[in-house]
Design a protein around this ligand. Structure first.
Ligand code: NI
Length: 168
């Protein structure tokens, strides 16, 4: 089921996201809903707080909504090693009409649990590495717009408030 995307500055994007101790049917359902939502909205990654669920779950597929060939569902993902750094131009489904450039590690090693409870680990580079860092940032309540400097953030916040008030 496709869920509604929570948009900046919705406070749910800044709340604490709890660890998932038990992979219940509800967690599996949430993973399916997040995958549907990510594909439907044209994203390559999504974190649970973006659909209003404050837990440590992300979905990623850098092959994109057209191909849908590289889906990763990560429970409690954690970056355990980083290497190098790159500049990355990114957008975010929770930040309509926003693009920002941030510095990311060039390579990351990530560990997580899969939906069967197995412990997984992978090394990623390029787009996947940036995407994983972006989604894991969401899990600690950090948005792309918080990483581009105060001026740019304030301008975007004003723009969103205007947009929102004109909808009332
Ligand atoms: Ni995002």
């Amino acid at each position: 089921m496709v869920k509604e995307i929570k948009v900046f500055p919705d406070p749910v994007l800044y709340e604490e996201n709890s660890n998932i101790d038990r992979i219940s049917d509800a967690v599996r359902q949430l993973a399916r809903d997040m995958t549907d939502t990510m594909y439907e909205k044209g994203g390559i990654g999504l974190a649970a707080p973006q659909v209003g669920e404050n837990c440590q779950l992300v979905t990623v597929d850098v092959s994109g909504p057209q191909r849908r060939e590289e889906l990763l569902v990560m429970v409690n993902p954690e970056i355990i090693e980083t290497k190098g750094d790159v500049e990355s131009e990114e957008g975010c489904l929770s930040l309509p009409e926003f693009k920002g450039t941030v510095r990311r590690a060039e390579e990351v090693t990530v560990s997580w649990r899969d939906l069967e409870g197995g412990i997984r680990q992978m090394q990623a580079s390029g787009l996947l590495a940036c995407c994983l860092q972006h989604e894991i940032d969401h899990l600690r309540g950090v948005l792309l717009v918080d990483q581009v400097g105060r001026l740019k953030r304030n301008m975007y916040e004003k723009k969103m408030k205007k947009l929102y008030s004109s909808e009332q």
